[in-house]
Design a protein around this ligand. Structure first.
Ligand code: BGP
Length: 476
């Protein structure tokens, strides 16, 4: 749709950016923090471990001052479960509470609203040993963790996100280093979707608890949503795209918003004897969540074709990364989209698909939305003069912000934009060399160097974007 005039971004639009605890903080076993599954996993080859990351734990004041200099209205970060409850359940680590309390105060001092992700890929290792999300008790573990957070930070944190990218945990857990399959599991699909069910119940109960304990606060989910295109207009390809959309996207939002299982997914699971078991009270709990908004991460769209002809022969299932799915026998086969360019790391780039995704989500759920991740991973270079000329990142972000404005003009309710990431940090499986930040951190994969911070060109550009409330997207 071509608009005669574009609507402006809402006046209180939340410009900011995101990080996650295990990728940015470091100090991974300091001040009483227990290990998380990320600290004990096998570190992907040729990439840094997570002991120091970019040392945000010790340098958060400097980092937040830089975010304030850019004009951030919001900072999305996550709370490490094992920093505040080292064993996952039981004793609370006061040093951990103190750290997040200080971090929140520092944000507020600069008029930056803290947007807190409750769980971002880092199950306490102690709970991993007890089966992680496969254990039914995980629902209570998570709820207890939620209660500790609401009690300690709820006076100052008014916006919460439940579980980061639950769909990615379910679809490609091994890529992120999070999937625990108990020994002796016979039906792996059932096991994975049972874990997913526990997360859905935990999420719904946490949303209800938030509303009960903190009536002024708002809470929502944060899945990774990519609209799926059919490779062609062949009707079978359209069905395949619906299948992939259902298992990748709508399962998570239908449940978070309406408390119901998506019918396409449910039928597929039933056929594989993989439909999750409901415990008493689950059905009611799932309906009790009622998110106030939807947070979602968007990197690109996906494209697929029908797999009907050779369902039994689908050579590859699973995924290369969060954004590149190979297929699922009988449902779809992932293909490359010939119309889209890709990043240096092979992720397709699709700004128009961003608008399409937002439109689709809004017409399905009619809730305000905040973008909780979006961004470009690249091999940035620090030049002699202490600059990073990341014009490619500016271009990527500009094109995506333009599409949000178009979506706003289409009538979609957008609350804010938090690209990934505020500052360089360790990627999920490709190390520090895959950089996303507005702020460059002087370290290499294995050489920690000075850890000094540098403003990239995108830093100055984003500052201007925020100051103009998204109307000035021109180069510096
Ligand atoms: C999302 C995760 C983030 C983040 C980002 C970029 O899936 O929520 O934690 O890292 O993707 O991915 P990567 O680090 O693999 O480049």
């Amino acid at each position: 749709m071509l608009h005669k005039t574009l609507k402006l971004f809402p006046r209180d639009f939340l410009w900011g950016a995101s990080t996650s605890a295990y990728q940015v903080e470091g100090a991974n076993l300091e001040d009483g923090k227990g290990p998380s599954c990320q600290d004990v996993k096998e570190v992907p080859r040729d990439t840094s471990d997570l002991t120091v990351c970019v040392d945000h734990y010790h340098r958060y004041k400097e980092d937040i001052a830089l975010m304030a200099e850019m004009g951030f209205k919001v900072y999305r970060f996550s709370i490490s479960w094992s920093r505040i409850i080292p064993g996952g359940t039981g004793e609370v680590n006061l040093k951990g509470i103190e750290f997040y309390s200080n971090l929140i105060d520092e944000c507020l001092k600069h008029n930056i609203e803290p947007l807190v992700t409750m769980f971002h890929f880092d199950m306490p290792a102690a709970l991993d040993k007890r089966g992680s999300w496969s254990n039914r008790e995980s629902v209570d573990w998570f709820l207890n963790f939620a209660k500790v957070m609401f009690e300690n930070f709820g006076d100052r944190v008014k916006s919460w996100l439940t579980i980061n990218e639950q769909n990615i945990l379910t679809l490609v857990g091994p890529v992120i280093g999070t999937l625990t399959i108990p020994e002796g599991t016979e039906n792996e699909l059932k096991e994975i979707y049972q874990q997913n069910h526990h997360m859905l119940v935990a999420q719904a109960k946490a949303m209800a608890l938030c509303h009960e304990m903190l009536p002024d606060a708002k809470i929502g989910p944060a899945p990774n949503i990519s609209l799926v295109y059919p490779e062609s207009c062949k009707p079978e390809d359209v069905i395949a795209a619906q299948n992939f959309n259902a298992i990748r996207n709508w399962l998570y939002l239908d449940m978070a918003v309406y408390g119901i299982y998506n019918n396409i997914v449910w039928s597929w699971l039933e056929e594989h004897d993989a439909a999750p078991d409901f415990a008493e009270g689950d059905a009611e709990a799932l309906k009790s969540g009622h998110p106030d908004f939807i947070g979602f991460n968007y990197y690109n769209t996906a494209t697929c074709k029908s797999d009907d002809e050779d369902a039994a022969k689908t050579a590859e299932t699973g995924a290369f990364s969060q954004q590149e799915n190979k297929g699922e026998a009988g449902l779809f086969k992932g293909v490359k989209n010939p119309h889209l360019p890709a990043t240096e790391f092979g992720w397709e780039i699709d700004p128009t698909g961003f608008r399409a995704t937002i439109r689709e989500m809004y017409s399905r759920y009619h809730l305000p939305m905040i973008v909780t991740e979006n961004g470009l991973g690249a091999y940035d270079k620090l030049t002699e003069d202490g600059r990073v000329h990341d014009s490619y990142r500016i271009e990527y972000l500009r094109k995506h912000i333009e599409q949000i404005r178009l979506a706003v003009s289409d009538g979609c309710e957008m609350m804010g934009y938090c690209p990934w990431s505020a500052i360089d940090l360790i990627s999920t499986h490709e190390g520090i060399v895959k950089r996303y930040g507005f702020i460059y951190v002087d370290r290499d994969e294995f050489d920690l160097k000075t850890l000094d911070r540098y403003r990239k060109d995108s830093f100055y550009w984003y500052k201007k974007v925020i100051a103009s409330n998204g109307t000035d997207l021109t180069d510096n």
